[in-house]
Write a protein that binds this ligand. Structure first.
Ligand SMILES: NC(=O)C1=CN([C@@H]2O[C@H](COP(=O)(O)OP(=O)(O)OC[C@H]3O[C@@H](n4cnc5c(N)ncnc54)[C@H](O)[C@@H]3O)[C@@H](O)[C@H]2O)C=CC1
Ligand SMILES: O=C(CO)COP(=O)(O)O
Length: 327
């Protein structure tokens, strides 16, 4: 009799749109058993009974083999790997409830309460096996199995390769990277520029304005990434430019839609869905002031999001800056 080979178990922590899409991606890859953890038992029950994530990923069936629980101990007990996919504000609480030996792939695109990288928070809490996953990946498309690429970055090459092997499928192509700082921050900063792009859409300023704004946003991203110690080329990969292109132009992007709503005088956050770029804009704005670093577009988004400037005032402010060379 051939001995039974244990199937690896992977848990996805966070049952919003992105957590659900990643759980489906792991199932499609077919190399592990997958558990999806929801913070609230009523949400877990709803997912189990409807077999659909109606609030966050409607129209995508959840197959019967997807385990769903709100019991964190049960979700992580036998997991060889966990994907942390709550919004960034929920990450500190999640980390404090997890065993430090659990290998973690951080998938949120936001910063900690004091502007820390989420991987910095995790390391400070005692986690040693850490990776980040980021790229041009709208949950609405990945959830439906449309083809996409992403990046899994870690100083722990074996962990990045393992996560890559567990996620690689006909519809998702994960690359590995040894620059977790650059990969994590690309997804964080592009959200702010996506809000700005949404404002351009809302104000109907045209394609030239949007291309100019996004291109001039890149040096702002580069300044922050350089300060954080990222490798310079990472900004121009999938997790930087790639995600910026996807988010700033997509009908799916909550960040872009939030900017559009702000420009039209509406509410930026709708349906309980997280808009990371609004909070990130303020944290980066504060960092820029502290370090004397010019971040004019990020600064403008932060002012508009805080209700301190009108979107028109932000445009004037950007257009009336002193003349300078492009570099
Ligand atoms: N939606 C997308 O296409 C993508 C999202 N991301 C990032 O993934 C993270 C999660 O985003 P989504 O899944 O889209 O969010 P979502 O807005 O679809 O859902 C948020 C989920 O998190 C839960 N939640 C809220 N606060 C929580 C907390 N304190 N602790 C635990 N759970 C909490 C909510 O109940 C809900 O299930 C964000 O950082 C986002 O930027 C990254 C790539 C793609
Ligand atoms: O990060 C994303 C796509 O890569 C999702 O962007 P939004 O949060 O703006 O929807």
């Amino acid at each position: 009799m051939t001995p039974k080979v244990a199937v690896p178990k992977v848990t996805v922590l966070g049952a919003g749109g992105w957590g659900t899409a990643l759980a489906l991606s792991l199932l499609r890859a077919g190399n592990c058993e997958v558990t999806l953890w929801a913070r609230r038992e009523d949400a877990a029950q709803e997912l189990r009974s409807r077999r659909e994530n109606v609030p966050y990923l409607p129209g995508v069936p959840l197959p019967p083999e997807l385990h769903i629980t709100s019991d964190l101990t049960q979700a992580t007990a036998k997991a060889e790997l966990a994907l942390a996919v709550t919004p960034s504000v929920g990450v500190p609480e999640l980390l404090s409830a997890l065993p430090h030996k659990l290998p973690l792939v951080l998938c949120a695109k936001g910063l900690g309460p004091g502007g820390e990288r989420l991987s910095e928070l995790a390391r400070a809490q005692g986690f040693t096996r850490l990776a980040v996953l980021s790229g041009p990946n709208h949950a609405e498309e990945i959830g439906r199995g449309l083809p996409a690429a992403t990046v899994i970055a870690s100083h722990d090459a074996a962990l990045a390769a393992r996560a890559q092997a567990l996620l690689q499928s006909a519809s998702l192509r994960p690359y590995t990277s040894s620059d977790p700082v650059g990969v994590e921050l690309g997804g964080v900063l592009k959200n702010v520029l996506a809000v700005a792009a949404g404002m351009v859409d809302g104000l109907q300023l045209g394609d030239n304005a949007k291309a100019s704004l996004l291109t001039r946003g890149l040096p702002e991203m580069a300044r922050y990434l350089a300060w954080a110690g990222a490798q310079p080329g990472t900004l121009y990969g999938l997790s930087g430019l790639g995600d910026l292109m996807a988010t700033a132009t997509s009908r799916h992007s909550r960040n872009r839609a939030a900017g559009e709503a702000l420009a039209r005088g509406g509410q930026p956050e709708q349906g309980g869905k997280v808009v990371e770029g609004l909070r990130t804009a303020r944290l980066l704005h504060d960092w820029g002031e502290q370090h004397g670093t010019e971040l004019p577009i990020i600064h403008a988004v932060s002012r508009v999001a805080a209700g301190e400037w009108t979107p028109q005032r932000a445009v004037e402010g950007l257009m009336e800056r002193a003349a300078k060379a492009e570099a």
